[in-house]
Design a protein around this ligand. Structure first.
Ligand SMILES: *Cc1c(COP(=O)(O)O)cnc(C)c1O
Length: 224
């Protein structure tokens, strides 16, 4: 409801913002209830946890889309392509290559987002804004992965409005790269998705153009 209202207040179509309910550390039974309540996209951060949770859940009548949002190691690429429709956290060509190899084996085109460390914080994953375009160009040479947008986790602030400039920056970075690449080698590239915004700052992210908001605490409560 808050997502819909924020989208409308920002002059955006509410349908253009999708909720990824972040269920890391949340037990399967609670996730099942969330699915019954109408959640359709779930986000997980750890491969092992996701694997056991997904297999513990009964298959719902309408398919659930699982997204991977955590840091992904190359040696987990095999499980990742089997479990997830979208991987938000690709930040190296090495990882993209591993995903491509595993996706090819199962005849899948794996959708991915490139994770950008928008404030260049040493503690965070993601590549710098300067490196994003080159990485995307490299990835377009791979036939079994497809980049469909960008993801970021901005610095933490008590006041979410302070995150707003970083969300704006991700959006303009996306617009710039999209334009550069469409003008040159890859006319069909479309970076439609912007994965940004969490429980504390999703409203600012939606105002800045988020298409996927990743919300855990505000749905499931505090994690242990
Ligand atoms: C845990 C997590 C979230 C959800 O955070 P909340 O503050 O609980 O909404 C979103 N994105 C990523 C990458 C996460 O790891």
């Amino acid at each position: 409801m808050r997502i819909r209202r924020t989208a409308e207040e920002s002059g955006r179509n509410p349908e253009s913002v999708r909720l990824v309910a972040v269920s890391k550390t949340v037990p399967a039974e609670t996730v099942r209830q969330a699915i019954e309540a109408g959640i359709t996209i779930l986000g997980e951060s750890y491969i092992q946890e996701a694997r056991s949770k997904i297999s513990a859940l009964p298959l719902p009548p309408d398919p659930i889309s699982w997204h991977f949002i955590g840091h992904l190691q190359t040696n987990k690429a095999r499980d990742a392509v089997r479990l997830f429709d979208l991987i938000h956290s690709v930040d190296s060509f090495k990882l993209a290559l591993a995903l491509n190899r595993e996706a090819e084996k199962i005849n899948k085109i794996q959708s991915i987002l490139v994770q950008v460390n928008i404030a260049a914080e040493p503690s965070k994953s993601g590549i710098t804004t300067q490196e994003v375009q080159n990485l995307i160009v490299e990835i377009t040479t791979l036939s079994s992965v497809k980049v469909i947008g960008l993801m970021t986790i901005p610095p933490y602030f008590d006041n979410p409005e302070k995150a707003h400039p970083f969300f704006d920056e991700l959006r303009s970075l996306r617009d710039r790269i999209q334009k550069n690449l469409n003008a040159e080698l890859t006319p069909d590239l479309s970076l439609d998705e912007l994965s940004m915004g969490m429980s504390g700052d999703f409203e600012a992210a939606i105002a800045a153009g988020a298409t996927l908001v990743r919300i855990g605490t505000a749905i499931f409560g505090e994690r242990n």
